[in-house]
Design a protein around this ligand. Structure first.
Ligand SMILES: [Zn+2]
Ligand SMILES: [Zn+2]
Length: 328
């Protein structure tokens, strides 16, 4: 028997620089690829630094928007970009946020999967990753453990920086045992690049087809790809994360919550109701975020429509005591 200290298990050994670069690249395609940040978890050294290599596709998506100068513009391309913004914003706020993160209504497994896949096409990663981060946001809102607080981390970190750090890429599985039991959702999370690539390819294909069969529309494969995928997705991303960066800074505080969340009409319009963020932090357990009739909440109207068609059910209402408090 040797008296030497046993070497740590392979997963706990720090990776070499090259191995770490390779892991970052592989994780573009498979987020489950092991790496050195698995060993130390959130506290491992450099976990709060931006993983530039892994962030290249995200940065590339922004640069690809500049291609509008080459591909030109047409009414149909702009209409597709706007429609995809609307459909995917709804999937993010209604399902990634109000359904997966807060369980404020019920849906069948197929409906859950379809909207999870539409949400995944937004390039905001999988539903499990999104819900785990968001649950940590509520748990530690505007305190040290909050992944994206403008109060603790400043504007840029709360807006986009947090999304690109090594810690930001990790999924905190302890927060989502209720969701992790669905293998199809775990698959969407693991291969979170698949649905966006399918959407991009479909847009290119439809654009190329329209160029042949309806040249009068003035569109093409590259044009529909750039407007429908890159421009729409980048605008959608930055609109979504205003709720992290701006809705904890600018607006009215109706409720004296322990965080710095605000109600902001402009952000509510942009994000289909998420701008009533102080309402939401005060009582996250209801499907509604506008608490008064004039607080426009497009996601809530959309969910009522889905409920009328029987696609979702048991929408959790605002309790009377919360309504009474909201009326002041
Ligand atoms: Zn918040
Ligand atoms: Zn929330």
């Amino acid at each position: 028997m040797s008296a030497a200290t046993p070497s740590p298990p392979p997963s706990a050994r720090p990776l070499s620089r090259r191995a770490r670069l390779r892991a970052s690249l592989r994780r573009w395609f498979d987020t489950d690829m092991p790496g050195d940040d698995d060993a130390g978890g959130a506290s491992s050294a450099g976990a709060d630094r931006i993983d530039w290599l892994r962030a290249i596709p995200f940065i590339g998506m922004h640069l690809a928007c500049l291609a509008v100068f080459w591909v030109g513009i047409s009414p149909v391309a702009v209409a597709v970009a706007v429609a995809l913004y609307a459909i995917r914003m709804f999937a993010i706020t209604a399902f990634y946020h109000r359904y997966f993160s807060h369980r404020t209504f019920r849906a069948s497994r197929p409906v859950q999967f379809v909207f999870a896949a539409i949400g995944a096409s937004s390039v905001q990663r999988g539903p499990l990753w999104w819900a785990a981060h968001h649950r940590n946001h509520h748990r530690h809102a505007d305190l040290e453990g909050d992944p994206h607080s403008p109060v603790v981390h400043g504007f840029w970190r709360s807006h986009v920086g947090w999304f690109l750090t090594r810690d930001g890429f990790r999924t905190d599985w302890t927060r989502i045992p209720d969701l992790a039991r669905f293998p199809e959702l775990r698959w969407l999370d693991r291969y979170d690049i698949v649905v966006p690539v399918l959407l991009a390819a479909a847009l290119f294909g439809v654009g190329a087809l329209l160029e042949r069969v309806a040249p009068g529309l003035g569109t093409s494969g590259p044009q529909l790809l750039v407007w429908g995928f890159f421009v729409s997705t980048v605008v959608l991303f930055h609109a979504t994360v205003t709720i992290n960066s701006l809705a904890h800074r600018f607006g009215r505080r109706r409720f004296d919550t322990r965080d710095d969340s605000r109600n902001n009409l402009w952000l509510a319009l942009l994000t289909f109701g998420e701008g009533w963020h102080n309402n939401h932090h005060f009582f996250p357990g209801t499907v509604r975020q506008g608490f008064r009739w004039w607080e426009i909440d497009l996601t809530w109207y959309g969910l009522r429509l889905l409920a009328a068609f029987g696609l979702v059910r048991d929408l959790k209402p605002i309790p009377d005591w919360v309504l009474a408090k909201a009326r002041g």
